[in-house]
Design a protein around this ligand. Structure first.
Ligand SMILES: O=C(O)[C@H]1NCC[C@@H]1O
Length: 344
């Protein structure tokens, strides 16, 4: 039997599906209408204003689900970029996504977005909304493997910030930037364990913290106001002091969305915070474990730098992504659920 496109109206959205550390990534490589804007951040604004229905078609049920994640490949204005990307999730458009960079590094080499791949590693420059991220993709005998990346300058924004969290009282959090802003707090504060507690309890506490920080703390970023928002809250096991043992966390981002991976941008933010507190040194590699799947990314600070007036670090994160399939998504006339819906 020959598989042909079913009856449909409008664009055919072609995707390659992957995952890194259990977190899905739907790479949208064809069919998305061109986005206008001279810069990637302008294209991100255009997507928010004019193409948001297609984000929902791709992320929501019946084609996706509440915790789906995607990457829209777009042109970059940076000469050194091999690929530009916008990240999409259940509530909108993120500024950084480490698990996606780990997957996109492989994708870019496997699908010919970089010329002449080199062994043992091929560098892929990925322009993310937060800036240029350099991925280094293992490549040997025509096969891609693990990926490490150097993210944009990461910094501790504020430590020991007291916020009033309805249902939980006054909670002290740290706020750190790893391409996106996160509030970080030990799960113990809520009587929870990131590896053993029910996910819904972790989501409830983390979401309450996110809402409290959003309403009580003003964030700013030296490069662009487009980057100055709280993306989520990471509950940790509290093991911030360097040891050879992994430290576990769960990241709850966007609209109560749960990252299955250890969160690449969260690892970046955690290391920047640990470095700021003198708990980890440059080149001390640490393992970070997802509390929900047990998957591991590694991270280390590789260089001191600055972001505006903030003392910052360049962080290297490493992990492995895998392919899970390909698909062409369409919308059929008469389908009242075709634009997407979500179940919590
Ligand atoms: O790995 C990361 O950085 C991302 N995973 C989903 C939420 C974050 O964007």
């Amino acid at each position: 039997m020959e598989v042909k496109l079913p009856p449909h109206e409008g664009p055919v959205l072609s995707v390659v599906d992957m995952h890194a550390g259990g977190e899905p990534l739907r790479v949208v490589w064809k069919g998305f209408p061109p986005l206008q804007g001279d810069t990637l951040l302008a294209k991100r604004r255009h997507a928010q204003e004019s193409a948001d229905h297609l984000r929902k078609v791709l992320m929501f049920e019946p084609r996706g689900h509440y915790d789906m994640y995607g990457a829209l490949l777009v042109d970059s204005e940076l000469r050194e970029a091999d690929v530009g990307v916008l990240f999409v999730h259940n509530a909108g458009y993120s500024t950084m996504c480490g698990h996606a960079v780990i997957a996109l590094g492989r994708f870019a080499v496997d699908y010919g977005l970089v010329r002449a791949p080199a062994s043992p590693e091929t560098q892929v420059n990925i322009h993310c909304p937060c800036g240029l991220v350099k991925a280094f993709v293992e490549y040997s005998e025509g096969k891609t493997g693990a990926v490490r990346f150097h993210s944009v300058p990461a910094f501790a924004f504020a430590t020991d910030v007291a916020v009033s969290v309805p249902g939980y009282g006054v909670v002290t959090v740290d706020i750190s930037y790893g391409g996106a802003f996160y509030a970080l707090v030990s799960a113990q504060t809520f009587g929870l364990d990131v590896s053993k507690s029910r996910t819904r309890d972790i989501v409830e506490a983390a979401t309450a913290v996110t809402n409290a920080v959003k309403s009580q703390v003003k964030l700013h970023h030296p490069v662009s106001s487009d980057l100055a928002f709280l993306y989520g809250t990471i509950l940790t096991d509290g093991k911030d002091e360097f040891t050879e043992e992994p430290t576990a966390n769960v990241c709850v981002f966007a609209d109560s969305q749960v990252d299955r991976s250890p969160t690449g941008s969260g690892v970046t933010a955690r290391i920047a915070l640990q470095y700021h507190k003198g708990l980890i040194q440059v080149n001390q590699k640490r393992e970070f474990q997802s509390g929900v799947t047990g998957s591991i990314f590694t991270g280390k600070a590789v260089q001191e730098t600055k972001c505006g007036n903030f003392p910052a670090v360049v962080v290297e994160v490493a992990g492995q992504a895998y392919y899970t399939g390909i698909a062409s998504f369409v919308q059929e006339t008469g389908d009242s659920l075709s634009n997407g819906f979500l179940l919590k």
